[in-house]
Design a protein around this ligand. Structure first.
Ligand code: FES
Length: 187
């Protein structure tokens, strides 16, 4: 394991800082606060905006650190433990630092029956990483995912929210080649 590894198992809350050490008004940017408050305004309660608030901060920072989690929880007037529960439940919230591109490769049954093993091998060979790892240049993280809803066009994967299906060894290499050329172009 290197520093970029992280477990795919459900996380046990690991918050090392106390709520008192963070002032969410200082920690979150004006833009983040404004967008979060907009989400809050269309929810019945502040804490109902939890998942959207996590997504907003992740959009700007790439992942949700313990400090970010505490700041968001304060902003929503809920406990950080409650918000950690929300973050852990939703697999597109990253509680450890990830690469610019996060590959979610579907490992559910239809994909398994249509070439998942080969596709995984191609990705791992191309990037030189396994599940839960990030390339040393910080560009790619590889994660497994349950069914992505493209079973009729399996095997499938999702990268930064974009779905790719009917994957072949060649198409995967072509996709990764294309992204590698753009490396560093996205936030
Ligand atoms: S099983 Fe892979 S997309 Fe459904």
């Amino acid at each position: 394991m290197n520093n970029s590894d992280f477990s795919l198992q459900p996380r046990i809350p690991s918050i090392m800082v106390t709520d008192e050490e963070i002032d969410f008004r200082q920690y979150l940017s004006a833009t983040e606060l404004s967008v979060i408050e907009h989400e809050v305004s269309i929810m019945e309660t502040r804490e109902a905006a939890g998942i959207e608030a996590l997504k907003i901060v992740q959009k700007y920072r790439g992942w949700i650190s313990d400090d970010s989690l505490i700041a968001i929880a304060q902003c929503l007037q809920m406990s950080s433990a409650q918000l950690e529960g929300v973050a852990t439940f939703y697999n597109l919230i990253y509680r450890q630092k990830v690469g610019h591109y996060v590959i979610h490769l579907c490992d559910s049954i239809s994909c398994h029956l249509t070439g998942y093993d080969e596709i995984l091998k191609v990705i791992q060979t191309y990037l030189g990483i396994g599940y839960g790892q990030t390339t040393p240049d910080g560009e790619f993280t590889l994660l497994s995912n349950v069914c992505l809803g493209s079973c009729d066009k399996s095997p499938a994967m999702m990268i930064n929210g974009q779905h790719y299906h009917s994957l072949t060894n060649e198409s995967v290499v072509s996709i990764l080649n294309g992204l590698s050329k753009n490396a560093g172009d996205i936030v």
